[in-house]
Design a protein around this ligand. Structure first.
Ligand code: COA
Length: 241
């Protein structure tokens, strides 16, 4: 797990720390990063010692400035692309993780950077953070779930405005829109993320996982179905005591 090129993965006292590590390219998301992230997410999902994970960007300027534009539209032929997607569905894997994921955001959070953040459960951002989905201006649409996760997070109207106009949002507005949970001074970003992670990992991991599922899976259900899900998860807990 340590021989990655563009991701640093560290497991410290039950917390998985994931650093997107291409600071010279503002941590742009390239194919190498996709492959490494896929392995890291699998480890977070399966490793019972990991109770919670924190995602951050290396360097000072960005969490992630989106898809690597030097690889842009150099995708393999559709059949191979589909096979790769089938074999390494990073975004499906992200959303299937039942442990809490925390995004510690700074600087540029663009395109797939924002989509990674949206795949996390709690988003913290330093005051200098800027968010955007530049895809439409590049002649594409989001490919990592952003067209679904953004409106589910901030509502349809503002999600459409951000996607259709390419407008960027600053940290304080992002907090007002409920895109992020908290804005913190830069030097506090990682300490606050650590404190949250430590609090979460002090609880029973099964309960934490059920609580996450009740909310994240429940949001895609009708209220009636969501209440059934909550009751089912609650019964599992009671019956396992
Ligand atoms: N893909 C590949 N390289 C990227 C990148 C990306 N998405 N974003 C930034 N970089 C690289 C730059 O090419 C530059 O490399 P260089 O020093 O070798 O020239 C380095 O990161 C620093 O970026 P730079 O553009 O010089 O910084 P800036 O402060 O002037 O501008 C941005 C910052 C984020 C406004 C600008 O880099 C940008 O618009 N990036 C592209 C964002 C984007 O459209 N992402 C795709 C979303 S789908």
């Amino acid at each position: 797990m340590n021989n990655f090129e563009v991701i640093i993965y560290e497991k410290i006292d039950g917390v998985g720390h994931v650093t997107l590590n291409r600071p010279q390219a503002l941590n742009a998301y390239n194919l190498q990063m996709r492959d490494e992230l896929y392995q890291v997410l699998g480890a977070i999902k399966d490793d019972t010692e990991v109770k919670v994970a924190v995602f951050k960007g290396a360097g000072q300027r960005a969490f992630c400035a989106g898809a690597d534009l030097t690889e842009f539209l150099t995708a393999p032929p559709p059949v191979i692309a589909r096979q790769v997607r089938w074999e390494r569905d990073v975004w499906g894997l992200f959303l299937s993780i039942e442990k809490p994921l925390i995004a510690a955001l700074q600087g540029y959070v663009l395109g797939s950077g924002l989509e990674i953040a949206l795949a996390c459960d709690i988003r913290l951002a330093s005051e200098d953070t800027q968010f955007g989905l530049p895809e439409a201006g590049l002649g594409i649409i989001p490919a990592a779930g952003g067209s679904q996760t953004l409106p589910r997070t901030i509502g349809q109207a503002k999600a459409l405005e951000i996607l259709l106009t390419g407008q960027w949002i600053k940290a304080e507005e992002a907090r007002r829109l409920k895109l992020i949970n908290q804005v913190v001074p830069r030097k506090e970003l990682l300490p606050v993320a650590e404190r949250l992670a430590n609090k979460i990992k002090s609880f029973n991991p099964t309960i934490v996982s059920y609580a996450k599922q009740a909310i994240t899976r429940g949001l895609d259900l009708s209220l009636e179905e969501g209440l059934e899900l909550e009751a089912r998860l609650g019964n599992f807990i009671l019956s396992s005591r």
